[in-house]
Design a protein around this ligand. Structure first.
Ligand code: NAD
Ligand code: IPM
Ligand code: MN
Length: 369
């Protein structure tokens, strides 16, 4: 049987609480489904800083590079607000993305039928919502140089971040978006700000050329990113796949998360380019952060983390039936009225993290039998 090597990086805050629920699913799959996962664990974020003085150690970076897939919880928290910028918890996540070259971040926003009422929008606007944000993840203003604060010597300082995109970076993320659109409703909306940004002008041109050259069967639309944000809350169901840069993708995916009811619902996959054998480096993480306000209380919603593991089954291990079953298990549990506090509604039963994980595992077991 093929070995399936996972590296688990639970991180900080609610990260470890959510990861514990995935660990139970992995244990079941190994024991009963012969899945053959081997798991290793590492530290990332504030917990790594406390142990090693760095947001991720070199040995954990090596493990991440060697793993078939990385499962990542969340990083950050007020405890590390004052640590130097270079070693802040978030730097561990950014290094993983950059060093593993995970340029394609898939952030699906699906509104489970049972949660249409939990959205901040009217139920009819989000019922049946199924959009996919494809966020460029290794370029743009997150990584462009110069990136610094300089002293101007007159009592003033200047903070500089640089937005940079090269043709190849736009081409490859556009390719991912078009390929995925073909497996869905065949529509891509590209978002940038070509009206004020040179990188936006190039983004628009390269997406258009890539479309013309290789994907003219897919319907392509362009939108300015600010208008795109507005359209996402006005009429979200008009979208199928949205492709956008690193920073716009960060913001638009948080907006999309709330359409589905809670940040605690949104999973993500970060993928590299396939190698000659078709294998790609990958990291799976919830879109939410470490939620310091609820950490340690046992009330975090583990669904984003569990759904991230479902994406791992699908994209890294081609375990499509298992991924489908796990997603179905989540939907069934929501249908049955079981809810964590963030998605609680009248007439439902409120549970904590562990109970939600147990309910999903029980439903998954039934579906897998
Ligand atoms: P956050 O996502 O941690 O929390 C925002 C709000 O959503 C909070 O009220 C929180 O309680 C709620 N929430 C988030 N996930 C939830 C869940 N699973 N269940 C129930 N409620 C949930 O964002 P923030 O407060 O802006 O950031 C906190 C820290 O997390 C910061 O240090 C930030 O840098 C970091 N962060 C990390 C990641 C990551 O690790 N990928 C992502 C975003 C933010
Ligand atoms: C996300 C987070 C990260 C980002 C932070 C924690 C570095 O907000 O994954 O959405 O800005 O990309
Ligand atoms: Mn974010």
């Amino acid at each position: 049987m093929t070995a399936r090597n996972l590296l688990l990086l639970p991180g900080d805050g609610i990260g470890p609480e959510a990861m514990a629920e995935v660990r139970k699913i992995i244990a079941y799959m190994n024991a009963e489904l012969g899945a053959g996962f081997t798991t290793d664990e590492g530290l990332v974020g504030g917990s790594a800083y406390d142990a090693h003085g760095a947001a991720i150690s070199e040995s954990d970076m090596e493990k991440a590079l060697a793993a078939d897939a990385v499962l990542f919880g969340a990083v950050g928290g007020p405890k590390w607000d004052d640590v130097p910028y270079e070693v802040r918890p978030e730097a561990g996540l950014l290094r993983l993305r950059k060093d593993l070259q995970l340029f394609a971040n898939l952030r699906p926003a699906i509104c489970y039928p049972a949660l249409a009422n939990a959205s901040s929008l009217k139920p009819e606007l989000v019922e049946g919502l199924d959009i996919l944000i494809v966020r460029e993840l290794t370029g743009g203003v997150y990584f462009g140089e110069p990136k610094e604060i300089i002293d101007l010597g007159n009592g003033q300082k200047r903070g500089i971040d640089t937005q940079v995109y090269d043709t190849y970076e736009i081409e490859r993320i556009a390719g991912v978006a078009f390929e995925l659109a073909r497996t869905r409703n065949n529509r891509v909306c590209s978002m940038e700000k070509r009206n004020v940004m040179k990188s936006g002008v190039l983004w628009n041109q390269v997406v258009t050329e890539t479309h013309k050259r290789s994907y003219s069967d897919v319907k392509l639309e362009h939108m300015l990113a600010d208008a795109g944000g507005m359209q996402l809350v006005r009429a979200p169901k008009q979208f199928d796949v949205i492709v956008t840069d690193n920073l716009f993708g960060d913001m638009l995916s948080d907006v999309a998360a709330m359409l589905t009811g809670s940040l605690g619902m949104l999973p993500s996959a970060s993928l590299g380019a396939p190698d000659v054998k078709g294998r790609r480096k990958a990291l799976y993480e919830p879109v939410h952060g470490s939620a310091p306000d609820i950490a340690g209380k046992g009330i975090a919603n583990p669904i984003a983390m569990i759904a991230s593991f479902a994406m791992c089954l699908r994209y890294s291990f081609n375990m499509i039936a298992e991924a489908d079953n796990l997603e179905k298990a989540i939907a069934e549990v929501l249908d049955s009225g079981v809810r964590t506090g963030d998605i609680m509604a009248e007439g439902c039963r409120q549970v904590g993290t562990v109970e939600m994980g147990d309910a999903i595992l029980a439903a998954f077991k039934k579906l897998s039998a």
